[in-house]
Design a protein around this ligand. Structure first.
Ligand code: ADP
Ligand code: MG
Length: 319
C-alpha cells in the first residue's frame, strides 16, 4: 500500500514557526510524516511524538499488502473464496468504515481493489511505466460486492477480491497518531503525512495556517485556510504516483467500474473531523468528481480541481 518513490506533498504548511514549536519527521507509510507540537515541555513532546510514530508504524504493518511481513489482511487476501476468516477488531472496524463509504459513494471507493491495484503496480518498486492489457485489467477487476461478514467472520466470495486499505489506512494512522499525542497531554499539534493532515488546538496565538497544493503547479496553492480545534484535511491527486504513457497520464486512483484510472479530477481535498473519513472520501470524490459531492456526509467539505483545472466546491474555514 505504501511504497512510493515520489514523496507526495499535497499541502504546504506555512513556513513560519515560533520558538516553542517542536518538530520531528519520520518516514512512515512510504512518506515523510511531520509532527509539530506547540508549547509545553520538550521532553514530554518528544516522548509523545515517538509513541505516536510507533503507533502509526504499527498500523502500516497491520494493514499493508506489500512486503514480506505477515498480517491478517494478507492472510485474508490468500484465503479460499467462500471460506470464513476471522479479522482483528481493528481491521474489521476500518473495513466496516471503508464499506460504508463504498456504499455512500455509489461504489467509487472500494477497499476490494487489491488485485487491480497490484496489477497497475503504482506502489511496487520500481513502479510500472506502461498500462496492463485490457484483458489483464478485466481479469483483476472484482465484482461489485465480494466481501461478506457475519459477526467477527469475514469472507471474500471471489478470487479477484483482495483487500487494499491504501485509500484509508493513512487517514486512520493519522487519527491514531493524534489520539496518542492527546493521551500524552498534548493539546496543540499537527500531523502532516505527506500533505494529509489532522490538527488540534492552535498554533500558539494564531490558528494553524494551511495551504492546499495546486495539482499541476507544485509551488502554488488553490486554497489557504486558518484552522483550529480538531480538523482533518486530506487530498487525493493524480500528480503523486503516475506516469505518462504515449502522451496520456496514468495514475493510482482507479475507477472500480472500469478498472482504469479515473479521469474526472486532478485533485480532491476533503475536510472532516477525522482523517479516516477524510482519506476515504478524498479518494471517493476523486473518482466520482462533482457528482460525488451530493453523496458526501453534510458535515464534511470538499474542494475539487476538475480535469479542466476548474475549482468546484469549497473548504469552509473555521476561525
Ligand atoms: P495516497 O494514499 O496515495 O495519498 P489515496 O488516499 O487517494 O492517496 O489512496 C490511493 C490508494 O488507494 C491507491 O494507491 C490504492 O491503494 C487505493 N485505491 C485506488 N483506487 C481506489 C478506489 N477506487 N477505492 C479505494 N481505494 C483505492
Ligand atoms: Mg484516500
Amino acid at each position: 500500500m505504501y511504497r512510493f518513490l515520489v514523496i507526495p506533498l499535497f499541502l504546504l504548511l506555512s513556513a513560519c514557526s515560533s520558538p516553542t514549536d517542536i518538530h520531528d519527521t519520520r518516514f512512515i507509510m512510504g512518506t515523510l510524516v511531520k509532527f509539530t507540537v506547540i508549547g509545553g515541555d520538550s521532553d514530554q513532546a518528544a516522548t509523545a511524538i515517538t509513541a505516536a510514530a510507533h503507533e502509526m508504524q504499527r498500523i502500516e504493518d497491520a494493514f499493508t499488502i506489500y512486503g514480506n511481513h505477515p498480517n491478517t489482511v494478507k492472510t485474508f487476501n490468500t484465503s479460499t473464496p467462500g471460506r470464513w476468516v476471522s479479522l482483528p477488531d481493528e481491521v474489521a472496524s476500518v473495513l466496516s468504515i471503508a464499506l460504508q463509504v463504498k456504499q455512500q459513494s455509489g461504489g467509487a471507493f472500494d477497499p476490494a481493489l487489491g488485485k487491480l491495484n497490484l496489477l497497475w503496480g503504482f506502489s511496487k518498486e520500481p513502479p510500472s511505466s506502461s498500462p496492463p492489457t485490457p484483458d489483464a485489467i478485466q481479469a483483476a477487476t472484482p465484482p461489485a460486492h465480494c466481501i461478506e461478514h457475519q459477526g467477527k467472520l469475514w469472507r471474500r466470495t471471489d478470487a479477484r477480491c483482495l483487500l487494499d486499505f491504501g485509500g484509508i489506512a493513512k487517514g486512520y494512522a493519522i487519527d491514531r497518531g493524534i489520539a496518542i499525542l492527546q493521551q500524552h497531554g498534548i493539546h496543540n499539534a499537527i500531523i502532516n503525512a505527506g500533505g494529509d493532515i489532522r490538527l488540534i488546538g492552535r498554533h500558539g496565538e494564531r490558528p494553524w495556517h494551511i495551504g492546499v497544493r495546486h495539482p499541476r503547479h507544485k509551488n502554488d496553492v488553490i486554497a489557504t485556510l486558518n484552522l483550529q480545534g480538531d480538523v482533518s484535511i486530506v487530498t487525493s491527486g493524480d500528480y503523486e504516483r503516475f506516469y505518462i504513457y504515449q502522451g496520456k497520464r496514468y495514475h493510482h486512483l482507479i475507477d472500480p467500474k472500469t478498472g482504469w484510472p479515473a479521469d474526472k479530477t486532478e485533485s480532491a481535498t476533503v475536510m472532516a473531523t477525522n482523517a479516516t473519513l477524510a482519506d476515504a472520501w478524498s479518494t471517493a470524490l476523486f473518482i466520482r468528481g462533482k457528482q460525488g459531492l451530493t453523496d458526501m456526509p453534510q458535515d464534511m467539505h470538499a474542494l475539487l480541481m476538475d480535469r479542466h483545472g476548474k475549482k468546484i466546491g469549497s473548504l469552509a474555514t473555521r476561525q
